[in-house]
Design a protein around this ligand. Sequence first.
Ligand SMILES: Cc1cc2nc3c(=O)[nH]c(=O)nc-3n(C[C@H](O)[C@H](O)[C@H](O)COP(=O)(O)OP(=O)(O)OC[C@H]3O[C@@H](n4cnc5c(N)ncnc54)[C@H](O)[C@@H]3O)c2cc1C
Length: 342
Amino acid sequence: MCSHGLQTTVERVPTSRFASLTTLRVGGSPREIIRCTSADELAATVERLDREGRELLVVGGGSNLVVAEGDLDLTAVIAGNEGVWLNDATLRIGAGTVWDDVVAFAVDHGLGGIEALSGIPGSAGATPVQNVGAYGSEISDVLTRVRLWNRQTLADEWVPAESLELGYRSSNLKFTGRAVVLELEIELEKTDLSIPLRHLGGERVPLADARASVLETRRAKGMVLDEADHDTWSAGSFFTNPIVPAEIADAIGEKSMPRFPQPDGRVKLSAAWLIEHAGFPRGYPGEGAAARLSTKHTLALTNRGSATADDIAELARSVRGGVEKRYGVALEPEPVWVGLSL
Ligand SMILES: Cc1cc2nc3c(=O)[nH]c(=O)nc-3n(C[C@H](O)[C@H](O)[C@H](O)COP(=O)(O)OP(=O)(O)OC[C@H]3O[C@@H](n4cnc5c(N)ncnc54)[C@H](O)[C@@H]3O)c2cc1C
């Protein structure tokens, strides 16, 4: 058994803007920011704010949020409870732990199963919220159970992963705020070799090499946070890959379009392909714009330094509108919108 970062405090953080709490670096001022550094305090803080009828937003790393500008009538509750406890091949993880630190810890301890999820920004507690995934791997592959503060029943309880209805970038926690993830438990495999890696043609390689290769591939796409690189001032992939009935995919009629058949007969399309072919190349709309598509990855909307939430929303609307006009497919945004909508 090993652990780190055990603390139990609630801190009132000097109020600043969401721009400093999110990776898109946009968003106005919450009424208050409260950082909780233990699971119990996180549950108690959310319980108290709910009892007082105050709007709140649980925030991890702020890497999947688009928050409106101005004065916002809500309290930001930061999940800051960090800790990783190892028992055989099972990890229990505090919600506020940086997710990529968990991956590094697992790789260092010869535990496989999450190496393809290297470099995903944000907190461990948010990983079940949208069932984070990359390179053919998802947190649902290893997640066994989650400790939730249920805001409806006021229960602090461990629930099985299946109860979260984890799907493609979705769960019954996303967009509902019905519960707060306090801790999670993942079951890994003692192994020297990675899972088969999609970007290496299904090859299995030593765990550390797998992590290095995933990080390198992600960096080339601006998908690893780097303060100096505006291509990473984003919320990651801004739109999910649309899953449409086969007739709609057929009607598009473009032979070069990637199609990924789903078990239910529908077809998953590539949002990046649709965006590019609808006339929105990387870097759109060009030098000098406050909000642009990443110059490395069509699917990321980025802040070039002075963008506001409205600039991001306007760019998202024009990309979505263009794809819908050209292909009749409505793209769905992946991040959580707070105080504004598409
Ligand atoms: C450069 C970049 C690359 C990315 N790459 C990927 C990728 O490859 N795959 C992928 O799936 N995602 C990716 N993302 C999106 C993002 O990193 C993930 O969705 C991540 O899990 C969000 O974690 P967070 O702590 O930053 O959540 P936040 O942005 O802080 O919050 C997101 C949502 O989760 C809720 N939430 C946060 N913590 C909790 C909690 N403890 N309990 C309940 N609800 C909570 C919030 O209220 C909000 O609704 C990327 C983002 C960026 C910026």
